[in-house]
Design a protein around this ligand. Structure first.
Ligand code: S3P
Length: 418
């Protein structure tokens, strides 16, 4: 348990850890490429370490030195590996496609939370490519058997970068052409990295086409994760002024900035630059009076992991906000519609959970109180922001799970976890 005091004013400059999605992909794709690669500013959090552990179990050599990784691509992968994906949805889903593409067998499994998350969403579309993937009643453990893949045309019913990426990773090993279409475009880090590694890939709106390709290793300098920066950006908007340095601003990830625009949050992007196919900027956010917003299905994928935080900002805004089309939140590390609504209500806000989103009646001032993380890193970090911005602060239970994506989170806030 961590006691968190409210603050009247909060300001500072922050360099947040590397992007989780890009780190996973840099490790996985370089493991299957020809050559050796260095990944700088990698996120050394539990989820990305799960990907490293699995790739090592498949035979890749990965050296970790601070936040730098050295990866030696493997021409031949170990068969019959048991791959422990921990808490990481990105690891298990991308790796299912990767393993299917390598024509080897493997068992992929994870912790209790991961074992409750849907896996048929990768197994079914992969079977359209000829993959033999069996789930356990729709969940992990997932079993992949060797098979020869052929390209296919797949239309996804959910906008999920994890599912899309699993298909692309299988597709680059399949004979012929694999075409994947999503209902709304999700994050495109896999597409960008595959292109940088020489893959035959083309994008047209919500459709991505890949053909069989050999990948060349690529060095990656990972930008800071906008999903981690979002907590500090939000404290700036609520309580003072924050500057987050070198944050990835790939447009498929900047939904939080579009939510800021609607809420009336004042922010500026400074030092915009581009490195390794991903754009970055320093993001300066100033305290702002916020107004209620509406978000619908089209808005959701680009801020999927920031939605608990966006809902919290709505609780501090003037008026009634509505968020719809966000049913995917129900199948994250916790049921984030339920856990976010509970978080807001526990500190004196008014949030009504809906089947696919929230109605939030903003109050400008919230009392504070006790919050549980439900062992979900995003809920733990949203809870910390909520208590700092509240009138009286409160207790945050089970905060340690922030190590999944941001091990140093409380330290960066000036709080001591132990
Ligand atoms: C991720 C995609 C998102 C996101 C997750 C990371 C990725 O999941 O919630 O934290 O790296 O591809 P979905 O693709 O299932 O929406």
């Amino acid at each position: 348990m961590l006691k968190i005091e409210s603050r009247d004013y909060f300001s500072g400059m922050f360099t947040l850890p590397g992007d989780k999605s890009i780190t996973h992909r840099a490790v996985m794709l370089n493991s299957g490429a020809n050559g050796e690669a260095t990944v700088e500013n990698a996120l050394i959090g539990e989820d990305c370490l799960s990907t490293c552990r699995c790739m090592r179990a498949l035979g890749t050599t990965i050296e970790i030195d601070g936040t730098t990784l050295r990866i030696q691509g493997t021409p031949r992968f170990r068969r019959g590996a048991e791959l422990n994906c921990g808490n990481s949805g990105t690891t298990i889903r991308l790796l299912t496609g990767f393993v299917a593409g390598k024509g080897i067998d493997a068992k992929l499994y994870g912790d209790e939370s991961l074992s409750a998350r849907p896996m048929e969403r990768v197994a079914t579309p992969l079977s359209a490519l000829g993959a033999n993937v069996q789930t356990t009643d729709g969940h992990a453990p997932v079993y992949v058997q060797p098979s020869v893949l052929r390209g296919a045309n797949v239309t996804l019913s959910v906008a999920s970068a994890q599912v899309k990426s699993a298909l692309l990773l299988a597709g680059i090993s399949a004979e012929g052409e694999t075409v994947v279409t999503e209902p709304v475009k999700s994050r495109d880090h896999t597409e960008r990295m595959l292109r940088a590694m020489g893959a035959d890939i083309c994008e047209n709106g919500r459709t991505v086409t890949v053909r069989k390709s050999a990948l060349k290793s690529v060095d990656v300098c990972v930008p800071s994760d906008i999903s981690s920066a979002a907590y500090f950006m939000s404290i700036g908007a609520l309580k003072g002024e924050t500057l987050c340095k070198n944050v990835g601003i790939n447009p498929t990830r900047t939904g939080i900035l579009r939510a800021f625009d609607k809420l009336g949050v004042q922010y500026t992007l400074l030092n915009k630059r581009s490195a390794g196919g991903e754009e970055t900027a320093d993001i300066l956010v100033k305290k702002s009076a916020m107004r209620a917003i509406e978000l619908t299905a089209e808005d959701i994928p680009a801020m999927i992991d920031e939605l608990p935080l966006v809902a919290l900002l709505c609780a501090f805004a003037e008026g009634e906000s509505r968020i719809t089309g966000a049913k995917e939140l129900r199948v994250k590390e916790s049921d984030r519609i339920k856990t976010t609504a509970e978080l807001i209500n526990n500190i004196g806000g008014e949030c009504i959970a809906q089947e696919d989103g929230f109605i939030i009646r903003g109050k400008r001032k919230l009392a504070g109180g006790n919050i549980d993380s439900y062992l979900d890193h995003r809920i733990a970090m949203t809870g910390a922001v909520a208590l700092i911005a509240s009138e009286n602060g409160g207790q945050l239970y089970r905060p340690e799970c922030c190590a999944i994506s941001f091990p140093d989170f409380f330290n960066a806030l000036g709080l001591r976890l132990y």
